[in-house]
Design a protein around this ligand. Structure first.
Ligand SMILES: [Zn+2]
Length: 497
């Protein structure tokens, strides 16, 4: 069913050339009717679609006003954007369109649609277009905003798919709630600041500086340190964040950790295990030698530790002094072949050597019957990846090869990446395409005789819309960014000659 809406403006919009429609799709293993029922609860959108801060409507109804609030296009921009629109088209189970008329000189349509692909699969699409003098005046912002909405919406559909595949319902009981902690802390901070200025005058500047520091610390904690548990299958949990992601597999008396994070994430991991009554930990795997996946080993000294032989060697060569000071928790069970199988209780867990990828000794962990695979750091899902320049570190072609091979061999698996949210084969392929683009652009710049500085200026990675990620090296905070990735790629190519 459709309503006229503003028919004249609708027709003008269709013909307008102020912008190309910003659209995109994602295919998910969710039957179309189930996906629609999950989608048709706008007040739950902020839980799974990170572009929404809040939405009032409980359901979509033709002719209703949709009232919501957007998140900012960058997390550190201090705004929320209120929005109101008229629902002018609703094909139950398939499609909704709303028109935005509230801004002067601005008229837009946004459509979300779900196509049934058969076989329990569907395609989720976001489509948006605007025109008008008000739009043209602020065009650059709107193009960024529409791109943000599309990208976050497609990621959100993936998040809904994971909820569905892990056996939860796409409703308020199954979709994890979102946290308003940071927002409430910011509001409380602002109020405290106003009170401080009224009471203290210029001394309130001290309060402002202290609050800013607390604000940054809270944001850092919420974004990178706090753990997000996701139950992937009975007895199989992903603990996302706080360093490298950790996979927990339990069966009977046996508990396996694939990667153990580093403090303070490792402390939070141990606390979570205790709270859930899981453990004691009997086995741990280090998927590769990096500190953010292995230094938490010290908290589980009773567990036997398994890694690839090359990982064990890299630990000694690169981080030898640390491991010497922490004897007894290094990998004691090493394997050097292509794969090996271990048992966790009655569960079969396959360790697959990935070849020289993110490091020389990457191992993926396949919980066979559950269809869940921890990939190690060959994928940083949604983030720029940390590129290790040691001899034991990254091979970009090797990582691309491993991602493609893995996606092809396990098209239906649920992947826990080394960093970032739960992924499917499509995200592995996207990461491979990103790395290929990075390598191609930097190679071309080098072939044209460009210096590192000129290459940094020439290579453009914005279309990949990746987020930055912190890491610590020699006790210094470093960020994986577009610049650090281009620089590392340049150096890797320089070394390869
Ligand atoms: Zn890592």
């Amino acid at each position: 069913m459709t309503m006229a809406g503003n028919a004249k403006k609708g027709a003008l919009l269709a013909a307008a050339t102020d912008m190309e429609p910003i659209h995109g799709s994602i295919e998910v293993d969710v039957p179309a009717d189930i996906l629609w029922r999950g989608f048709n609860k706008p007040n739950l959108w902020p839980r799974w679609n990170p572009c929404f801060f809040w939405c009032r409507n409980k359901t979509l109804r033709l002719g209703d006003k949709l009232v919501w609030c957007f998140e900012p296009i960058r997390p550190w921009y201090l705004y929320k954007m209120f929005a109101i629109a008229n629902i002018i088209e609703l094909e139950e189970g398939k499609k909704v369109t709303w028109e935005v008329t509230a801004l002067p000189g601005f008229y837009a349509h946004h459509t979300y649609s779900i196509d049934d692909l058969g076989d329990g699969r569907s395609r989720f699409t976001s489509w948006e277009k605007a025109y008008g003098w008000g739009f043209r005046l602020t065009r650059l912002f709107w193009l960024k905003h529409f791109t943000f909405v599309r990208n976050r919406s497609l990621e959100g559909a993936r998040a809904l798919e994971i909820v569905h595949l892990t056996g939860e319902k796409l409703d308020a009981t199954g979709i994890p709630p979102r946290s308003y902690f940071n927002f409430l802390a910011a509001v409380a901070g602002l109020l405290a600041l106003i009170v401080a200025f009224a009471a203290l005058g210029a001394w309130a500047l001290l309060v402002a500086v202290a609050e800013a520091a607390i604000g940054v610390a809270l944001w850092f904690y919420a974004a990178y340190v706090k753990l997000r548990p996701v139950r992937l299958a009975p007895g199989v949990h992903a603990l996302l964040g706080g360093g490298g992601n950790t996979l927990v597999v339990e069966d009977g008396e046996d508990t396996l950790l694939a990667d153990t994070k580093f403090p303070p994430g490792s402390w939070l991991l141990r606390r979570w295990l205790r709270q859930e009554g899981i453990g004691p930990v009997t086995k741990m795997i280090n998927t590769h030698y990096h500190y953010d996946h292995s230094r938490g080993n010290v908290l589980f000294p009773e567990a036997e530790c398994i890694a690839h032989e090359l990982t064990r060697q890299a630990m000694d060569r690169v981080d030898g002094s640390w491991w010497t000071r922490h004897r007894g928790v290094e990998p004691t069970h090493v394997f050097d072949g292509e794969r090996t199988t271990i048992m966790v209780g009655a569960r079969e867990v396959e360790l697959i050597f990935l070849g020289h990828g993110h490091t020389v000794g990457d191992v993926a962990v396949n919980v066979v019957a559950a269809g869940v695979i921890a990939t190690s750091d060959i994928i940083f899902n949604g983030y720029y990846c940390y590129m290790d320049l040691h001899r034991e570190g990254m091979s970009v072609p090797g990582t691309i090869e491993a991602l493609r091979r893995f996606a092809g061999e396990h098209p239906k698996a649920i992947f826990m990446p080394g960093h970032g949210p739960i992924a499917r084969a499509a995200e592995l392929l996207r990461t491979a395409a990103y790395l290929e683009d990075l390598m191609r652009q930097v190679s071309a710049a080098r072939a044209a005789g460009k210096s590192l500085a000129a290459t940094l200026a020439a290579v453009d990675l914005t279309e990949w819309d990746l987020q930055i990620l912190p890491s610590f090296h020699q006790n210094r905070l470093e960020w994986a960014t577009a610049r650090s990735s281009i620089r590392a790629m340049y150096q890797l190519l320089e070394r390869a000659g």
